[in-house]
Design a protein around this ligand. Structure first.
Ligand SMILES: Nc1ncnc2c1ncn2[C@@H]1O[C@H](COP(=O)(O)OP(=O)(O)O)[C@@H](O)[C@H]1O
Ligand SMILES: O=P(O)(O)OC[C@H](O)CO
Length: 502
């Protein structure tokens, strides 16, 4: 009998394949980074062919590392960086352009033009749950059709397909030009701005306003069902693909946030705080996104409120790669620990404008409060603290929208190995921060979605039973220090606004 489930996690910086056992423990991991293509300021692209090659490599790698054979894997789930947009030719399988990544701001003008209509930036919010922003996939599709020679005509002739990374990986895995499945799930579709949140179907009026032919769009299926199988002669040949969840929703599922009022925060390239709000969408009045949390087969759709923060871990990478101030991401902790506090410096990393709760595409990064006193240690602290302050902003918005007072915050992602950051996060939120034993919650969530579909796990009870606490950080900071620092942060945020002129 098959004893394992595999998950493909196609992330912003790398692609991973992770194999889990029935207890939700990691059995094997393989991971390959891909190139970040930065052709101009504000533009971020990935090569879809490189990502597909890496996907095959890590799937083979994960099996080989644990000496597994295909018959030991019951099913495969896919999870992915969301919003990142690929458009390709259905007959040749060739992308017409690089994938435009979620952080990319080139669609500024498209977004501003659409926001000139009645309702402004929130004109599609009641139907899609989203504010108009460069972040989402719809404007990126429009940009490709407007800017790649002949793309619009080809799309109108039905020759082009659109997909987020889940769809790109699924289509290629299931045969590509030879019958590949063109499918997505509602968690990914809810990040395009083209899907109606309540009906879970594409909205023809919004598609028309965005200039996106509906023939390009994948079929929206649930997050947990058998969609099809890996093509026989490829890697993982014949295995069922049975789960798709956008990575942040997958982490929410993997963290067992299955009851309204439960929340998790993932600390990766960016940060994403998601709160389960139950089977009715809650529209935000405080700058959050309403998104599909998960839809398991034919069970009711579960919605989330989300605070999406564009730059957190990537600020640490920037300090390492662009400034050379640290040799590795973990080294920042040691440098930050060399000083007592931030020395008065605040770093607001508005590299892609600011996402939640501000949604300011005119913002750009600042370091505020500099004096001659500030040294490398203070800046390292300011970099880490930026993540915690941004998290407090979205947590406050979440409380205002939902009335839910966070009693504790479940965390995961690459940055949660940073103890100094976790303590500061608990201090600045004034709630305990809890890290689970299995930190690979994103892949685990996708594995659960696939495993539920094939009967490997029987239901939510199994998911809850597998969750276990690794470590907890309790708040220690005085209220006066906390509020003073947060007020200074908020002042620094205002300094980023209006840098880019329309
Ligand atoms: N010890 C650490 N301290 C601070 N940041 C870290 C640490 N380890 C990793 N990071 C940051 O975490 C991010 C990687 O996290 P991960 O969850 O793998 O990201 P993603 O899934 O978005 O690619 C990187 O941006 C890196 O800079
Ligand atoms: O790939 P990650 O972990 O950086 O996640 C990216 C998010 O899905 C973007 O919305």
């Amino acid at each position: 009998m098959a004893s394992y489930i595999a998950a493909i996690d196609q992330g912003t910086t790398s692609t991973r394949c992770i194999v889990f056992d029935h207890a939700g423990q990691v059995v094997s991991v393989d991971q390959v980074e891909h190139q970040q293509i930065l052709p101009r300021a504000g533009w971020v692209e990935h090569d879809p062919m490189e990502v597909w090659t890496n996907t095959r490599q890590v799937c083979a790698g994960a099996l080989a590392k644990a000496d597994l054979v295909l018959s030991e894997i019951a099913a495969v789930g896919i999870t992915n960086q969301r919003e990142t947009t690929v458009v390709w030719d259905r007959h040749t399988g060739e992308p017409v352009y690089n994938a435009i990544v979620w952080q990319d701001t080139r669609t500024d003008a498209i977004v501003n033009e659409l926001a000139r209509g009645e309702g402004g930036q929130n004109r599609y919010q009641s139907r899609t749950g989203l504010p108009l922003a460069t972040y989402f996939a719809g404007p990126k599709i429009r940009w490709i059709l407007d800017n790649v020679d002949g793309a619009r005509e080809r799309a109108e002739r039905g020759e082009l397909m659109f997909g987020t990374m889940d769809t790109w990986v699924l289509w290629n895995s299931t045969g590509g030009t030879e019958g590949g499945l063109h499918i997505t799930d509602p968690t990914n579709a809810s990040r395009t701005m083209l899907m109606d949140l309540r009906t879970l179907s594409w909205d023809p009026d919004i598609c028309a306003e965005f200039g996106v032919p509906m023939s390009m769009l994948p079929e929206i299926r649930s997050s947990s069902e058998i969609y099809g199988h890996f093509r026989e002669r490829g890697v993982l040949g014949g295995l069922p693909i049975a789960g798709i969840l956008g990575d942040q929703q997958a982490a929410t599922f993997g963290q067992a946030c299955l009851t309204p009022g439960e929340a998790k925060n993932t600390y990766g390239t960016g940060n994403f705080l998601l709160l389960n709000t139950g089977t009715e969408p809650v529209l935000s009045e405080n700058g959050l996104v309403t998104t599909v949390g998960y839809k398991i087969d034919d069970q009711p759709t579960v919605y989330c409120l989300e605070g999406s923060i564009a730059v957190t871990g990537s600020l640490v990478q920037w300090m390492r790669d662009n400034l050379g101030m640290i040799g590795s991401a973990p080294e920042i902790e040691q440098v930050a620990a060399s000083v007592e506090d931030n020395g008065g410096a605040y770093f607001v990393p508005a590299f892609s404008g600011l996402f939640a709760p501000h949604w300011r595409s005119d913002a750009r990064g600042v370091i505020a409060g500099l004096t001659r006193f500030v040294n490398r240690g203070h800046l390292a602290r300011a970099v880490l603290e930026a993540t915690a302050f941004q998290t407090r902003e979205v947590a406050e918005a979440m409380n205002a929208d939902s009335g839910v007072e966070l009693k504790a915050l479940k965390v995961d992602g690459g940055m949660v190995n940073n103890e100094l950051l976790m303590q500061f996060q608990a201090d600045i939120l004034d709630v305990p921060v809890i890290r689970p034993k299995v930190n690979e919650t994103t892949a685990l969530g996708a594995a659960y979605a696939a495993g539920l579909a094939v009967g490997f796990w029987s239901g939510e009870k199994d998911i809850r039973a597998n969750w276990a606490k690794d470590k907890e950080w309790d708040p220690k900071m005085s209220k006066q220090v906390r509020e003073q620092q947060y007020a200074e942060w908020q002042k620094a945020v205002t300094k980023t606004f209006g840098w880019v002129e329309d």
